[in-house]
Ligand binder design. Structure first.
Ligand SMILES: Cc1cc2nc3c(=O)[nH]c(=O)nc-3n(C[C@H](O)[C@H](O)[C@H](O)COP(=O)(O)OP(=O)(O)OC[C@H]3O[C@@H](n4cnc5c(N)ncnc54)[C@H](O)[C@@H]3O)c2cc1C
Length: 296
């Protein structure tokens, strides 16, 4: 199958691009490997998206975006793009089921969590170590430790603290997160541990959980923290692992020629916010409309 435009990812960027392409009468395929709405599904409360006075739960905003797709008659193709290559003025996309070609591609695939390194060992901590909050939302009465000091760490804590005992462990002297998020965490009883440099994770027998050992500062004993689950929020990186190396090298040139568009978090560095992502998707769709959408 050949399509004029393939959109990879149905988060705020991909969804906004899709809605605008539909308005422009340009054919496209919207591919999503997991949940439409993207990372919004993980956000506790979104207060800085236009038109949502008082804020809205991320999952609710994601649901509204899905409804907007449905209202526009846009189908989300459930597929993971496993390979993307460019040659002969076309993009070739491979999914688990099929191979497609597209004249233009909107990369709206967002970011993936940075994998935790030592002393966190994914194998020995299987079932206990997480890099996203969704699998933990049903946890009740557990002790959960979150490693990280940014907005995401606080946001995760706010999602979990109502039903669990939550600790945030940060290496530096204080959290980088917005003060209002830190304050909300404090009010919900989240325990904040600064200068916590994790050096060892002890896995206890049976279901007893984990003990997190930190390097002690002189005169201060951080001791060990017992928890059942460990969640990392230590940064994210563009989800571009499926790009062929040649395409990755040619990205700046193809972007300049407006054959490929990086829309949303995937190309926004540290400015990862839903409204910015949506704006990126909208702009990509408008630029495609302006440039014409024929397969070349
Ligand atoms: C805990 C947390 C709290 C947040 N709070 C806020 C907030 O309060 N306000 C705010 O503005 N923003 C917030 N954000 C950030 C916001 O969610 C993101 O900026 C926004 O979702 C980015 O949109 P996006 O479309 O660029 O990427 P994403 O939302 O990451 O969507 C990308 C989509 O692409 C899909 N995908 C990736 N690779 C492939 C592939 N190979 N094949 C097919 N599909 C693929 C993914 O499954 C995903 O659905 C928060 C984020 C987190 C994690």
């Amino acid at each position: 199958m050949t399509v004029p435009v393939a959109i990879i990812g149905a988060g705020p960027a991909g969804i906004t691009a899709a809605v605008q392409l539909r308005r422009s009468g340009i054919e496209f395929l919207l591919l999503e490997k997991s949940r439409a709405g993207g990372l919004l599904n993980e956000a506790n409360c979104v207060e800085n998206f236009p038109g949502v006075p008082g804020g809205v739960a991320g999952r609710l905003l994601a649901t509204r975006l899905k409804r907007q797709l449905a209202a526009a008659g846009i189908r989300v193709e459930k597929a993971r793009v496993t390979r993307l290559a460019y040659g002969g003025r076309r993009f070739t996309l491979c999914t688990e089921r099929e191979t497609l070609t597209a004249a233009r591609v909107i990369l709206a695939c967002g970011t993936v969590p940075v994998s935790p390194g030592p002393p966190l060992d994914a194998e020995s901590l299987r079932g206990r170590l997480f890099t996203g909050v969704l699998p933990l939302l049903k946890a009740r009465g557990e002790t959960i430790a979150i490693i990280g000091g940014g907005d995401a760490a606080c946001d995760y804590a706010l999602s979990l603290a109502g039903n669990n005992e939550v600790h945030i462990l940060v290496r530096s002297e204080r959290l980088r997160a917005l003060p209002l998020l830190v304050e909300r965490c404090r009010r919900l009883g989240v325990v904040l541990h600064d200068n916590f440099r994790l050096v060892r994770v002890e896995v206890l027998e049976g279901d007893a959980g984990l003990v997190l050992h930190a390097r002690n500062e002189p005169g201060k004993d951080n001791g060990g923290i017992c928890c059942q689950r460990l969640l990392t929020a230590i940064g994210r990186e563009p989800a571009l692992g499926f790009l062929e190396p040649e395409l990755r090298a040619a990205l700046p040139e193809l972007a300049a020629r407006k054959a490929v568009f990086l829309a949303g978090d995937v190309g926004n560095g540290g400015f990862r916010q839903a409204a910015i992502a949506a704006a990126g998707g909208l702009r990509a769709a408008m630029e495609i409309h302006e440039g014409g959408s024929r397969c070349t």
